[in-house]
Design a protein around this ligand. Structure first.
Ligand SMILES: Nc1ncnc2c1ncn2[C@@H]1O[C@H](COP(=O)(O)OP(=O)(O)OP(=O)(O)O)[C@@H](O)[C@H]1O
Ligand SMILES: [Mg+2]
Length: 247
């Protein structure tokens, strides 16, 4: 994503606690492709920020740098006061990709248990949290099912439960519902909003949603959920933000 420098990077919302601070970030890949240039953005705790923009403008690259999956070429990114990727607690970030990426041979329970298993929790220690995460996405009754027995939308819910089971502070979602039909997508979009509002999460949501904020006033769109404050607009990529209804 290119220059985000229209106005102050924090969007002018004083008095809130920053969770993510990106300052003058560039990403140049080894082959010379510059995916992100001069990106500065502050995301406060509890905000819902959407990255919008045409294919190839750097949305996924920005998300991967925030998560620490990719390094920055220049500039800096801090998440909760730590350089991206260097948080002492990797559970702070949940990542949901476009594909559900479930283990086909494992049950829904086992798929959601996986991040806790990797952190050394026994099945018994983890079971209440796995069940809670499944209930959160409306799949409490499907713990024993296998991914092949679920619809595409249900599989995405499992992947959200898997991202939520570590109780992350930050949920990164990279076009998670793009492959689903419109009605399922609308329902899951609502579910994500509900999770955001009820869990005190900070969410970054990459979407191909077609509305263009420069044509369509952001406040008139129900998705992405722009209800507030400010937007940061760049040449071809856009970050728009909403604060929780209670804020
Ligand atoms: N590992 C890589 N090596 C080289 N170039 C890359 C790499 N990953 C991405 N790019 C390039 O960086 C640019 C931004 O890619 P990115 O995946 O961030 O775009 P995007 O906005 O997420 O696009 P889409 O909407 O299609 O997912 C593109 O030109 C892409 O080809
Ligand atoms: Mg992408």
């Amino acid at each position: 994503m290119p220059d985000q420098s229209h106005g102050h990077p924090d969007g002018g919302r004083a008095g809130q606690t920053a969770l993510i601070e990106m300052i003058d970030v560039d990403k140049e890949f080894a082959n010379g492709t510059v995916a992100v240039r001069d990106m500065s953005l502050v995301i406060n705790k509890g905000e819902f920020v959407s990255f919008l923009g045409p294919s190839g403008c750097g949305k996924s690259t920005a998300l991967k740098m925030i998560s620490g999956l990719l390094s920055v070429s220049n500039g800096s990114i801090t998440v909760n006061g730590h350089l991206a990727g260097q948080s002492p607690d990797a559970s702070d970030i949940g990542y949901v990709f476009q594909e559900a990426n479930l283990l086909p041979w494992a049950t829904v329970f086992e798929n959601v248990y996986l991040p806790l298993k990797l952190r050394g929790l026994s099945r018994k220690e983890a079971s209440a949290r796995v069940e809670e995460a499944l209930a959160m996405v409306g799949l409490a009754k499907f713990a024993k099912s296998y991914p092949r027995q679920l619809s595409g939308g249900m599989r995405m819910r499992v992947s959200i439960a898997r991202a939520m089971v570590t109780k992350p502070k930050l949920l990164l979602m990279d076009e998670p519902f793009a492959a689903l039909d419109e009605m399922t997508r609308a329902k899951l979009n609502d579910d994500v909003l509900q999770l955001w509002e009820s869990q005190g999460l900070t969410v970054i949501f990459v979407t191909h949603s077609v509305f263009d904020p420069s044509i369509c006033p952001a406040a008139s769109s129900s998705w992405p959920p722009v209800r507030a404050a400010s937007s940061t607009i760049s040449r071809s990529g856009t970050a728009i933000r909403a604060t929780p209804p209670t804020a």
